[in-house]
Design a protein around this ligand. Structure first.
Ligand code: SF4
Length: 246
């Protein structure tokens, strides 16, 4: 089964538990203002790769995965634009006893996602804002499908880690974060919440591609703001990562 791949990281440590083989797929329907990989947007870019070959590469890293509680993560772009490829890759991993993690925006039809979810152990779900207007402005798409996806994962009992990028003057409204926290208390499958402070690592790619980077003048959030956001989740007894350091 062929898929279009943007890049590969063989020993990733930030996209799911343990040491992970990370496949970044090509193509994304979102246009997030803070995207690090705008070169992953076009569906026709990247390199075509075969799951038969990829699984052989993944297997080489099994000892690292076993010792660290890791596995494979398929990220993007948006992996669910290539559901057959991701399903086949995950299926092959499950046959090898490898933990599978899907990193997604959740902007997908549920019947398209379901065959992939049959082989998914963990989902990393970005909820980029709980305010529909901010979400639309930030991503170019509506919020509802992501929430529908979150609720579907809850119904299926698939563990999820929620990720929230904190951007000054964009996603730092504490009332919106409070509403997000309340919403997350209605889900039973949230294992962890990560607040990711905004940074501009991808800015040079926007320039290279001739795209207009709207966050040029935006700085990373102060620690105090990150702590305020974390405290909101903590107050709702949600599993916020790094809460012990508050
Ligand atoms: S979902 Fe990810 S890859 Fe797609 S535009 Fe947003 S940040 Fe970039």
């Amino acid at each position: 089964m062929l898929g279009r791949i943007h890049s590969i990281e063989t020993c990733g440590t930030v996209d799911g538990p343990g040491i992970r083989f990370i496949l970044f797929t090509q193509g994304c329907p979102l246009r997030c203002q803070y995207c690090h990989n705008p070169d992953s947007w076009k569906v026709q870019g990247g390199e075509e790769m075969d799951t038969e070959k990829l699984i052989k590469d993944v297997i080489k890293y099994k000892p690292y995965m076993r010792n660290s509680g890791g596995g494979i993560t398929i990220s993007g772009g948006e992996p669910l634009l290539q559901p057959d490829f991701v399903q086949d890759m995950f299926k092959k991993c499950k046959d090898e006893g490898i933990h599978t993690c899907l990193d997604t925006s959740g902007f997908v039809k549920l019947n398209v996602a379901d065959p992939v979810l049959d082989y998914t152990d963990l989902v990393l779900l970005d909820i980029k804002s709980y305010n529909p207007d901010v979400f639309k402005d930030l991503t170019g798409i509506p919020l509802d499908p992501t929430l529908a996806f979150a609720e579907h994962l809850n119904e299926r009992g698939i563990p999820v880690w929620i990720r929230y990028v904190l951007v000054p003057n964009l996603t730092d409204n504490l009332d919106d974060i409070e509403e997000l926290a309340k919403y997350l208390t209605t889900l039973k499958n949230v294992e962890r919440i990560d607040i990711l402070p905004f940074h501009k690592m991808g800015e040079f790619k926007w320039e290279e591609l001739g795209y207009d980077y709207k966050l040029k003048d935006t700085q990373s959030p102060e620690k105090e703001l990150v702590d305020q956001a974390k405290t909101i989740f903590k107050n709702h007894k949600l599993p916020i990562f790094g809460a012990d350091k508050l």
